[in-house]
Write a protein that binds this ligand. Structure first.
Ligand code: ACM
Ligand code: ZN
Length: 753
């Protein structure tokens, strides 16, 4: 239908259409193989022939800024300087025609024939988006070298428009600060893949990142945190920086949605202005990730006046329609104890603290609405009730989007399971990203209209600026396509082949992409008769090579290439890494084996481990395979809120000189070292003696992930039974964000020498 409308409008297109019809399938395929477009346009037809882009190609456009942008991008990608005169033999014509599609301003058409390229947008934005498709048609080899006299652009006919109007990419600039230039680059990357919304997280417990003139301490104090090692980390954007970025985004047709989080995740601002908390402080800008209990006081009117002042400056800086006010992860502990908050609950006739958050949200949303802004909040805001017109961003699951749509509120469906790019590609891989459907089928056709789109999100606890490319790529390619038109009958293999071609384009543009999925998995078996482990490695991605070492050195391009299972018959560490085109990618893995005296004997546990953290099961602590610092590596046994006690039965009496249980400290994951470890020996499993105790000497308040051995030495004693007790701290300590919640104890191999 759409194609017909255009054909009747322009004769040259009709002519092109006949050429398409005359093209043999074989030729179409050959053309198609040269280029990878992501997101795939609604209709793309490859024609025979090509357009030669050169310094004598001219460009005409009514809009000067878009003309200038196009010329500068072509220069950037090819090194060519396009001509100004329009009497050249080869021409590029950039036009806007609102009649192209009156229901979708982002629609465009792109036709490439031998002498002419025409990009027509239903609006300037549509034209801009069409230009991005054209830039993708420039071969990666040209983008790398930029020294061609002429660049071949394949002839084609493209008709395209998005299905979702909200195609967002989020960036947390608080946990790690990102420079202004990096943000501009991020905006360019977004534009290239047809995202149209940049969700800029500027407020967190760990840093306030936007200058507010009326409250200078927000950045003087709130933008800087003291790390555990005493160093100071931080940064912020001046209002001038923000204006510059906003102007840049506007020139790329990207809406910026600033997120000024409230009432939780606000410790950095409370460190600067503790009077807006319930308890009054003092506070420090946090240097630990997680959820913190001190939040804005909802009973104090001055909190709202402060936030209104802040929002006045924010709305002046950002010309867009939308402001995100967060609302996620706001613990109610302080509100329950605060006389002012309790008085507010009474005076407003609210049911509980959730409704108090509803009051908070509505009061701020109404203020912003009075300034002509539309307000977005994370799905927790559904619990306390929404203000009219509020948009819900669903992150915990699909449910928030479903509930919001059923209530008649617009929603951005971005469940963590399918859009959080900080999640390890081992759990959330390219295939899962491509399988994402933004408008859930639990909704009726009518309700689905409330799902305006989705967002890919990057939280940066583990991602300083230099690692961001590797986190977002390649999975954002899948989301770009899904957000653009959520293709029906998705063909993952076909998409995957376009991703493979796109890698050269990413490299040419200086983008250091990361992993698609788990690069490989390993499984280990033990042959008791041969006293030998066999390690099998399965590749998760076709185009990589697996290399390994057995001498403790880091694998390099000359190390052993994995082709057959690795046999292990002594205590060694195997280091494994994956390479693609001779560059190592992804995490490196370490598989350590210990041929100790308790290997494959028997162990009886007093308390059962949590099924999620079971290592290799019953005998997981004496299976000879060592755990890594990844608590999910399948080698740890985890115990929640309880002590560990286990008895190893060696089968016969053996001489014992050392017993070395290993524990994990990962306080951000609520995993702590034991207070103490007690080891005793017995010959009958009734009378235990030679008890030795080791007290933990490592500070639990540590943001590093550490492995800690608790070695106990015996003077060549003989025993059949070894009892190992580890006393858990049981509850997270007062300084911890999870204070009072169950603490975990993680134990791995108990080595017996
Ligand atoms: C969130 O991930 N807490 C929105
Ligand atoms: Zn309060």
């Amino acid at each position: 239908m759409h194609l017909q409308k255009i054909i009747t409008k322009t004769i040259p297109l009709l002519f092109l259409y006949f050429i398409i019809m005359l093209t043999t399938p074989h030729e179409m395929k050959a053309q198609e193989n040269q280029t990878a477009l992501i997101p795939l346009p609604e209709k793309v037809e490859w024609l025979t022939g090509k357009f030669l882009l050169s310094n004598s190609t001219s460009v005409t456009a009514e809009n000067d800024k878009l003309h200038e942008y196009f010329v500068s991008q072509v220069k950037e990608f090819t090194g060519l300087t396009l001509a100004k005169e329009s009497n050249t033999e080869s021409k590029i014509i950039l036009t806007v025609d609102s009649k192209l599609d009156q229901s979708n301003t982002e629609a465009y058409t792109l036709t490439v024939s031998e002498k002419q390229i025409e990009i027509t947008g239903a609006s300037e934005q549509g034209l801009f988006i069409g230009m991005q498709t054209f830039f993708q048609l420039i071969p990666p080899s040209v983008k790398t070298l930029k020294d061609r006299n002429a660049v071949e652009i394949p002839s084609c006919n493209i008709v395209d428009k998005p299905k979702f109007s909200w195609r967002g990419l989020h960036l947390d600039c608080c946990r790690h600060f990102m420079t202004k230039d990096f943000i501009k680059r991020y905006i360019d990357i977004m534009a290239y893949y047809k995202f149209n919304t940049f969700h800029w997280r500027l407020v967190e417990d760990q840093g306030w990142r936007i200058e507010i003139k009326k409250y200078p301490k927000l950045t003087e104090v709130g933008a800087w945190r003291k790390e555990a090692d005493g160093t100071v980390y931080g940064g912020y954007y001046t209002q001038e920086d923000i204006r510059e970025v906003a102007e840049y985004a506007k020139s790329r047709y990207i809406n910026i949605v600033p997120e000024i989080e409230m009432p939780g995740h606000t410790l950095a601002s409370l460190a600067a202005y503790p009077q807006y908390s319930c308890a009054g402080g003092p506070f420090e800008v946090s240097n630990i990730w997680g959820v913190h209990k001190d939040i804005y006081c909802a009973g104090n009117d001055s909190t709202f006046y402060f936030l209104q002042d802040v929002l006045d400056e924010v709305t002046n800086l950002f010309p867009g329609k939308y402001i995100h006010i967060g609302g996620d992860e706001a613990p109610k502990d302080r509100w329950k104890e605060c006389p002012k908050c309790q008085a507010r609950i009474k005076s407003e006739g609210l049911k509980d603290e959730h409704e108090l958050q509803g009051y908070f949200t509505k009061r701020i949303a109404n203020y912003l609405a009075s300034k002509g802004k539309k307000v977005i909040g994370w799905d927790e805001i559904l619990q306390g009730g929404l203000a009219n017109g509020m948009i819900v961003q669903s992150w915990q699951s699909f449910q928030g989007a479903i509930d919001a749509a059923k209530l008649g509120h617009y929603t951005i469906c971005s469940p963590a399971s399918h859009t959080y790019l900080n999640h390890d590609p081992e759990d959330f891989d390219l295939r899962i990203a491509y399988s994402f459907v933004p408008a859930p089928d639990d909704l009726t056709v009518e309700e689905k209209k409330y799902v305006i789109g989705s967002e890919a999100n990057l939280w940066t606890e583990d991602s300083p600026q230099e690692t961001v490319d590797g986190e977002i790529f390649p999975r954002m390619l899948a989301l770009a396509e899904v957000f653009w038109n959520n293709p029906h009958n998705k063909d993952y293999d076909e998409f995957y082949s376009r991703v493979q071609k796109t890698y050269a384009d990413l490299t040419a543009r200086g983008i250091q992409y990361g992993r698609e999925s788990k690069l490989f998995t390993s499984s280990t078996t033990y042959d008791e008769a041969k006293k030998e482990f066999t390690v099998n490695i399965t590749q998760g991605q076709k185009d990589i090579e697996i290399r390994y070492t057995e001498d403790g050195s880091e694998p390099d391009i000359n190390s052993n290439l994995y082709t057959t299972p690795i046999k292990v018959n002594k205590s060694i560490s195997i280091k494994i890494a994956a390479s693609k085109e001779n560059n190592f990618i992804g995490k490196r893995y370490n598989l350590s084996f210990d041929f100790h005296k308790a290997l494959n004997s028997k162990i009886t546990l007093k308390n059962k481990y949590d099924e999620r953290y079971r290592a290799s099961g019953e005998n997981g602590l004496i299976d000879g395979v060592r755990a890594t610092t990844n608590h999910r590596d399948g080698c740890w046994q985890g115990f929640e809120g309880t002590d560990f006690e286990g008895v190893i039965d060696l089968g016969t009496e053996k001489e014992i000189t050392k017993v070395i249980p290993r524990f994990l400290l990962h306080s951000n994951g609520w995993i702590f070292l034991p207070n103490k470890v007690e080891i005793s020996l017995s010959n009958d499993n009734i009378n235990y003696n030679d008890t030795k105790t080791i007290i933990n000497d490592v500070l639990q308040k540590n943001s590093e992930i550490l492995l800690k051995d608790f070695p106990v030495e015996f003077n060549k004693l003989t025993a059949r039974y070894i009892k190992v007790k580890a006393e858990s701290i049981k509850k997270c300590p007062a300084w911890h964000p999870g204070a009072g919640g169950n603490a975990w104890l993680f134990i791995d191999e108990i080595v017996v020498e």
